[in-house]
Ligand binder design. Structure first.
Ligand code: SAH
Length: 218
């Protein structure tokens, strides 16, 4: 089966696994996930499994990406902060769902590659920055939505500060028992309300930006 066929089969599988939002399914059907992977992994791009993207990092399996985007419940005119750009795949999906994406990645060579792919796909509403996502991106705050692709121990204070009232944060949190659960956190007038979405393994949310030389990302 060619890559287009595999992508359509992936979308059918996503529906079965609980991704039902037509806008999320639409962007996932259009986005070439294979172009966000090294050539050695491209033929597995549409399989329901996490894949390596270099520098000891992984891209989540399609259903986890889909369920997180669905939980984020993005409206067309909104601005979204993304922590952990990684390959740039989720950034590309977000760009099709909102007005502007502000993406932060701490490993410089990953950010450079993601930037190249985003440019190649002619995406113009994604703004990328090399830095520590735990600090957020205060200059462009507040955001309607915030999403993180790495598991933190708690909701970082800067992200809590940078979400609008009425805004939603989707982020994996490492629990005391070692399990990682994805939470949907809604900020309203009275504070933060949390709701569990599902469990999935994630790479850790680490502090500090690294250049990627001398295996210093590990
Ligand atoms: N959404 C990505 C998944 C990448 S994996 C994709 O579609 O490919 C998670 C990424 O989060 C890794 O690249 C890791 O380097 C990054 N990361 C972890 N902690 C971070 C932090 N504090 N700030 C920015 N990026 C971070």
């Amino acid at each position: 089966m060619n890559l287009d066929g595999r992508r359509i089969r992936m979308v059918m599988e996503l529906r079965r696994l609980g991704v039902t939002d037509p806008r999320v399914l639409g962007v996932m059907e259009r986005c070439p996930r294979d172009e966000f992977l090294a050539p050695a992994w491209a033929d597995q791009a549409y399989e329901e499994r996490p894949l390596p993207i270099g520098y000891d990092q992984t891209i989540s399996q399609p259903s986890v990406v889909g369920l997180m985007l669905q939980a984020l419940d993005i409206k067309a005119g909104q601005r979204v902060l993304e922590i952990g750009v990684g390959s740039g795949y989720q950034t590309a999906l977000l760009s099709g769902l909102c007005r502007a994406v502000y993406g932060i990645e701490r490993i410089k060579p990953l950010l450079d590659l993601a930037e190249e792919r985003i440019r190649k796909l002619a995406i113009r509403n994604a703004f990328l920055r090399w830095g520590d996502g735990g600090l957020g991106w205060p200059e462009a705050a507040p955001y309607d939505r915030i999403i993180a692709a790495a598991a933190a121990n708690d909701l970082p204070g800067a992200l809590a500060d940078q979400i609008k009232t009425g805004g939603v944060i989707v982020l994996p949190i490492r629990q005391g028992d070692g399990a990682q659960r994805i939470w949907r956190i809604l900020r309203d007038d009275s504070g933060f309300k949390t709701e569990e979405i599902c469990q999935a393994p994630f790479v850790p949310f680490l502090s500090g930006a690294v250049s990627g030389e001398n295996r210093e990302w590990a």
